[in-house]
Ligand binder design. Structure first.
Ligand SMILES: [Zn+2]
Length: 253
């Protein structure tokens, strides 16, 4: 695959997939150099489990400078965008189509907040995990075959992300990649309903307003359309019909 550059599109692509995104200041300029190309996504867990886990991912540890992954996935399904450049997360390992012991320059790392015992994933987090991987892979023209667990890639005995069956996970990711219009997430449906309520008012009254404009407002709730004084007591449809009839008569003369 040709060079795709650093994934400065990460936040946009995740948002377009209906996901909640927090962009960390300076993320587009953060990283250990530029990507060679982007071939996939490597899935991790943080082995922490708190809302502070992102600190280590962004700033690193005493023995390893941050950033340690491009993305952090919170337990509520929110993605934190930490970096666009290369991050230290893959370590040594291999996967078909990826360069052995050198995946950091070719794959995007997602650190999902979890204790790491495989028992604390939330439904919102797992749903966002799959949708996020799918959105990234679709953006770079790859399939779910390049959505890989760290434990599958690593030759260093990694176990993450614990408790996730990657074959089932990849099947769901592939379905999201192929979906012409991926199913809306619960938060997306919520946002749309909120938008409609805020800017349009209840839908029922909108329909009545439209009907009133067309038919006049008298007794509209009983299906009796009073017509408009300006149209001689006609509804808009009746008035248009009469105009067309008159035109036909004029043409026939
Ligand atoms: Zn890992």
């Amino acid at each position: 695959m040709s060079w795709t550059g650093d994934p400065v599109w990460l936040a946009d692509v995740l948002r377009e997939a209906g996901l909640r995104v927090i962009e960390h200041e300076g993320w587009r300029g953060r990283g250990h150099g530029d990507f060679a190309d982007i071939r996939g996504v490597l899935c991790h867990h943080t082995a922490g489990g708190s809302h502070n886990d992102w600190h280590i991912v962004q700033y690193g540890r005493s023995d390893l400078a941050g950033p340690l992954a491009q993305l952090v996935l919170e337990r509520d399904g929110t993605f934190r965008v930490i970096a666009a450049g290369v991050c230290w997360h893959a370590g040594r390992g291999a996967w078909p189509g990826w360069p052995t012991n050198n995946a950091n320059y070719h794959v995007i790392g997602i650190e999902a907040v979890s204790r790491g015992d495989g028992t604390d994933w939330t439904p919102a987090q797992l749903d966002a995990y799959k949708r996020g991987c799918a959105a990234i892979l679709r953006r770079v023209g790859r399939t779910a075959a390049d959505c890989v667990a760290h434990r599958e890639y690593s030759s260093e005995g990694k176990i993450d992300p614990a408790g996730i069956d990657m074959d089932a996970f990849r099947a769901d990711v592939q379905a999201f990649i192929e979906g012409e219009d991926a199913p809306m997430s619960a938060s997306e449906v919520n946002q749309i309903q909120h938008f409609i309520a805020e800017f349009c008012g209840p839908i029922g009254s909108d329909v009545k307003d439209l009907r009133e404009q067309l038919c006049g407002h008298a007794q509209r709730d009983r299906g009796e359309y009073g017509g408009w004084p300006q149209l001689g007591g006609r509804t808009v449809v009746d008035a248009l019909g009469e105009i067309l009839t008159r035109l036909d008569e004029l043409e026939a003369r």
